[in-house]
Write a protein that binds this ligand. Sequence first.
Ligand code: NAI
Ligand code: MG
Length: 801
Amino acid sequence: MPSVSEILETMDYGVAPEQNTEVKAWLAAHADGFGHFIGGAFTAPAAGASFEVLNPATGAVLAACAEGSTADVDAAVAAARKALPGWSGLPGHVRARHLYAIARLIQKRERFFSVLETMDNGKPIRESRDIDVPLVVRHFYHHAGWAELIEAEFPGMAPVGVCGQIIPWNFPLLMLAWKVAPALAAGNTVVLKPAEFTPLTALAFAEICREAGLPAGVVNIVTGAGETGAALAGHRGVDKVAFTGSTEVGRIIREATAGTGKKLSLELGGKSPFIVFDDADLDSAVEGIVDAIWFNQGQVCCAGSRLIVQEGIAARFLAKLKARAEKLRVGDPLDKSTDIGAIVAEVQLERIRALVEEGRREGSECWQASAPLPGQGFFFPPTIFTALAPASRLAQEEIFGPVLVSMTFRTPEEAVMLANNSRYGLAASAWSENINVALDAAAKLKCGVVWVNSTNLFDAAAGFGGYRESGFGREGGREGLYEYLAATPAKRVRKAAAAAALPDFSAAPAAGQAAENDVVRLDRTAKLYIGGKQARPDSGYSYAVRAADGRLVSQAGLGNRKDIRNAVEAANKATGWSGNSGHNRAQVLFYLAENLEARSAEFSARIDSLTGVGAEAAAEEVRLSIQRLTYYAAQADKYDGQVHSTRARHVTLAMNEPWGTIGILCPDEAPLLGLVSLVAPAIAMGNRCVVVPSQAYPLVATDLYQVLDTSDVPGGVVNIVTGERDLLAKTLAEHDEVAALWYVGTPEGAALVEKGSSGNLKATWAVDQTAIDWRDGSQGFGRAFLRRATQVKNIWIPYGD
Ligand code: NAI
Ligand code: MG
């Protein structure tokens, strides 16, 4: 007779399949294929192209879906446009009732949606049932609440309009909820394109919309692959594009939408670090990394795919991890005791295999769990790579499969350095029983979400989204709602002055005679201001600056690419500014205001002589500039973050962090006020900046050098490069070390900035200078500028047990 310990050794789980008769019946009822959901009705399945949807665990065909054509996208956008006035005009309370109804209906069909999701995607039923679908429901409830509160909590804001939303296949229904719920709460209408591998829960959701009595056209679903997505993202009738998927496609969408005025949010890939310090609770950390990399077969944008473990415990930790991974059950996703299901599609499996083969060839050590894989479907075993170079492809690229790469560190500084050695910046996990060590790492990690002694925590009340090439914008929480809101178009008090004439940037002697008693003599050539010092332009050239009446006033340095690089370097070095307290920054801003005021008369005269606005308007411009400085000085220690109300016994800190270095290209109109209105919020929040002042009236900025010097602004915090705005904008847009870029100029320049940033995917704010009246308080300053000057990092800290 076998002993108890022998039984424990050999004991296996019996199979425990979730029944799927309901889903099978639903699929059978749609055996003729699915059409699109447009204007509240399902279209007949297109006579044209359709595609098959497979169950990746078996290879069986589940359904046929219509391949959305341009005409389908046109029809869906038209339906969304038609529904917009009615939907956005409803009181928030009524929209809340609709969202609430959707939440209730999904909740009542939780099991149906879980099974359908698992069959379509291949994820274990345990995950779709316990994680995906409950989070979907939570998201709709949470946003029903936002709809209720929208007028009270977001005064002066309006919906953006028609939203084109493109989602991936890894969390099909959850990504739908993340996109649709906030859009609807804010009063937008949507056209959503699910991923071609996993469109089924979105189509079932369309049925829920009908059942809930959602007005026709508020939600439209068009199925199809990349081309359909491209047609949607590029559609002229779309006001906002929200995308989750690969960085590669994110770039394409950034380029396609450049210069169109569309609002854009991108949630892209990641290579998120999972740091284990030697004082961590190792058993918990092992469970953590199992969840981080093997949840959803590792097909998670925020997967903890890079294990960074302290040297002294590395061997012990990896041994524990491998022992645990041996026990993971890979197999039928519908089996309730399955840990790891199927990879979504054959191409994805091939991609994973190819990367793993490459890692093996490169000589990294590869370990794989030994249990045999199912004989059919697309499966891949838990895999761990050790001994690989931090710069290798495997360590840098998103694999999007159950593959962990591991490296070691000696000191906390090295851990942070390794963690930040990535183009991405989506999420991170830090494990230490020492709160000081863990929070210090959390503060230094360049990513949008940090989980302390935890991983993969999500909640509708917390923001989610990345830094750097992981995209921009947030989903969830208050910060996520702003992506679906725009400032109510303000009535212009006054038409903006015609943009100043383009200066002559040629190096040839300027035509014309300088008047004898000019404000500044021609021999005084304004230089650039870099790292707290005046610097000659690298080109050695200057350009002629003319007054409103055409007189030659002076010369200004003609900055070039090299000057911008120097300025960015100086800004990047001035990190001390970002580490200062808000109070310290406030002191400097107050001092700036004080020193500017002391020289009011001089600045007014300069503005008047250059722009010809008249003495009174010039004096008003200086007065308003001083007031902007004091406003942002006051906000420096007040525009703070939030503690989100997420789960019980979790603190979720939403911290406003500075971007780092911001490029700022200033308008011509109101040359002092425009510059101050942009620079003050940026530095108040701890950013350093590279500023290109008004190209027509640069002398207003060059006069500021002395004010900056006498106001204790540390060198490198504000750098000023005069010259041709659009030329310098392009350099700033393409510069990898500039984290964000604000451009106020021409529509062509705005397009250039958005296109130019598609390589590094920096966050841009690019507007036509005639659209903003800087003198108008509702447009020229306020919290919107502070929001732009920061990015939110959500830090999760569980407590208790
Ligand atoms: P993908 O980025 O091509 O697909 C995401 C969505 O974008 C799908 O709905 C797709 O139809 C659509 N799409 C594709 N091309 C488009 C275009 N030109 N314009 C508009 N929409 C377009 O991702 P794919 O090819 O499925 O996976 C490739 C890799 O991307 C994965 O191995 C993974 O590394 C990464 N990925 C990352 C995701 C994330 O959540 N961060 C999600 C999915 C994939
Ligand atoms: Mg693709």
